[in-house]
Design a protein around this ligand. Structure first.
Ligand code: FAD
Ligand code: DHB
Length: 389
């Protein structure tokens, strides 16, 4: 088998890349380790930046997102017994976020690729990458796929980054002393906008997916297991961390899905080796507090599409050569913002009173200074794609 671009992984990065390349007349094959059902049900991100929404709309895959997604013009920071709204419409006029589940984006992209005759091979767990520096090819289940370039879009635990010879990549990493327990519950949201709540018991986030489905996250110890968290304990903890302002009552309903995520910051540089280009979580991950991971994956594949379009149209590899450096400017901005939001909102060492006072001073500043709130708002809704160029 032969294609122009061999794509490993059918997450948001791999699927969107395949679709954007198709719109430019460039052929690709996507190899995905898991089943279609699995990738379409996996619950993860929910917040799309304005730029991500624009890319999906311009690529003609935004119909359901426009119909069912929830545009939000602010978030609440809750701490010390009070809520503080960060009003995007005042601080970053014309820019907003859309709450729309990652698995819905994945469903829309899979449906569109298949309708356009695109090739996505599911249930291919044994992909291997070969000859990255000359004529690259992929092998899987006794087959061989020759390609001009390989796009490694297979997430943090994928095979692509690990196929790069030792000594090529420089890795930057930070682990956090907590994890996130996430649930989806069949209950209308108890608030119109997202609530990021900081308490002495730990952080909690109230998000949503629709008028009927709420999404919640709890900061838990890094080694916590879902078995330790029966429904009653989850609701009691959510109440304790969210019912902290007068008049707010948390509505409870059946829990329909639960997940546990490690919290980590990670960047591997450069995002290219020979004819392998890494995109999305395969190259970098952020703690989810800033809601940046999926949005960064979209920004990467947008740049990779431009670079491959130039390469096929003119034979020039200039944009391909610039790919990693161009991506990394945005990646590091998002790394800093995600670390900043994480340290602002989570509860760290109880035995560090100085650190706790600093954290309160930081929260007070962000919620009382327009300059500080604007810093949060412009990063949260997403900086323009030409940021740092
Ligand atoms: P992935 O989604 O991980 O996709 C990789 C794909 O490759 C998967 O389908 C996987 O099965 C496949 N694969 C893996 N190994 C192989 C292999 N060897 N061969 C073939 N295929 C393989 N981001 C946001 O922007 N906003 C948010 O609100 C947000 N919230 C989050 C909340 C949580 C709890 C978590 C965990 C993450 C959140 N994120 C958020 C981050 C976001 O989910 C990820 O950044 C995003 O999934 C990255 O997309 P990707 O396509 O790069 O990787
Ligand atoms: C969601 C996830 C996030 O990481 C975040 O910061 C906000 C919302 C969500 O899944 O809805």
């Amino acid at each position: 088998m032969r294609t122009q671009v061999g794509i490993v992984g059918a997450g948001p990065a791999g699927l969107l890349l395949s679709h954007l390349l198709h719109l430019r007349g460039i052929d690709s094959v996507v190899l995905e380790a898991r089943s279609r059902h699995y990738i379409e049900q996996r619950v993860r991100a929910g917040v799309l930046e304005q730029g991500t929404v624009d890319v999906l709309n311009e690529a003609g895959v935004g119909d359901r997102m426009r119909a069912e997604g929830l545009p939000h013009h602010g978030i609440e920071l809750r701490y010390g017994g009070a809520g503080h709204r960060i009003p995007f419409e005042e601080l970053v006029p014309g820019r907003a976020i859309t709450v729309y589940g990652q698995q819905e984006v994945v469903k829309d992209l899979v449906a569109r690729r298949l309708a356009d005759g695109g090739k996505i091979l599911f249930d291919v767990p044994d992909v291997a990458l070969h000859s990255l520096e000359r004529d690259p090819y992929l092998t899987f289940q006794g087959e061989r796929l020759d390609c001009d370039v390989i796009a490694g879009c297979d997430g943090f635990h994928g095979v692509s980054r690990r196929s790069i010879p030792e000594g090529v990549l420089t890795v930057f990493q930070r682990d956090y002393p907590f994890a996130w327990l996430g649930i989806l519950a069949r209950i209308p949201p108890s608030a119109k906008e997202l609530i990021y709540s900081h308490t002495e018991r730990g952080f909690a986030l109230h998000s949503m997916r629709s008028e009927e489905i709420s999404r919640f996250y709890l900061q838990v110890p890094p080694d916590a297991s879902l078995d330790d968290w029966p429904d009653e304990r989850i609701w009691a903890e959510l109440r304790a961390r969210l019912e902290t302002v007068p008049g707010f009552t948390l509505a409870e309903g059946p829990i329909i899905s639960r997940d546990m995520s490690a919290m980590r910051s990670f960047v591997a540089e450069p995002m290219r080796h020979g004819n392998l280009y890494l995109a999305g979580d395969a190259a970098h991950i952020v703690p989810p507090t800033g809601a940046k991971g999926l949005n960064l994956a979209v920004a990467d594949v947008r740049l990779l599409t431009e670079a491959l379009t130039e390469f096929y149209a003119t034979g020039s590899g200039d944009l391909l050569d610039a790919y990693s450096g161009n991506c990394l400017k945005r990646v590091w901005r998002a790394q800093h913002f995600s670390w900043w939001m994480t340290t602002l909102l989570h509860t760290f060492d109880a035995d560090d009173p100085y650190g706790r006072r600093l954290q309160t001073a930081h929260l007070d500043y962000v919620t009382s200074s327009e300059a500080a709130a604007t810093t949060l708002a412009e990063n949260y809704v997403g900086l323009p794609f030409d940021f740092g160029a």
